[in-house]
Design a binder for this molecule. Sequence first.
Ligand code: MN
Length: 290
Amino acid sequence: MLLCRFDADRLGLVEGDRVRDVTPALGILPAHTYPLPRFDPLIANLDAVMRCIRDLLPGAPSVPLADVSLLSPVANPGKIIAAPVNYLKHLDEARNDAQIHHRNQVGEIQRVGVFLKATSSLVGQDEGVAVKHADRRNDHEAEVVVVIGKRGRDIPAARAGEYIAGYCVGLDMTTRGPEERSLRKSIDSYTVLGPWLATPDEVGDPGNLGFWLTVNGQPRQRANTRDLVLGIPQLIELASSFYTLHPGDLLFTGTPEGVGPVEPGDVIEVEVERVGRMVVSVRSAAGEPA
Ligand code: MN
């Protein structure tokens, strides 16, 4: 299934160039009261939601995909985990370009581990990216994103697949500079997730996913997850040896070589094979209401 969130918090099933509106399936989610859970209730109940969607489908209204506004397919992730340099060619690129490394030490992922991005930075494709510090370099980073499906810690790589709810296309937008990654990569709208959640049966082997990114139609990044330094199972093993993973947690798996700047007015397109393609507009944050 390709599950999307669209317009005013509606739930959809993507079929070709149409979206079936299956919003009533959200009605089976348990009502939460304060304090709210630190996981995403939709992902935590995904199997039951999908059963409900199958029941609703015969009568579900259909709208053109082009007419809807796509939100982040996961609304309330408890945390956004991200791999820093996880493709060897990007490691070389980052070490050789002072505009990228800013005298920060760029180390192998085995040594530096993973980092966190603020959940407040998360948007869907149609919310777009608002460039905040326009006088600095703001780069696109195309990434394959794993959505964690169930709670676990100390997960061995061999069992990582059991903990995956699905996959998304991601943009780990980054202001270059000397500060900590968690600051530079957590600006509002600097985590784009979309266009929908592709369940594992749609995707097959996540260790062989081609993906590419263009800016205004110009090719910038092209890679395959088979070239990851730490593959998805190893990343889940590493992250879960530090944090308990919860349903809805996001894992950005790292970007390949070809990162580069974007500016207001640019349009970023990024596609992951068997997952989907998202189109993201870039604007200036200047003058937007606080
Ligand atoms: Mn990244």
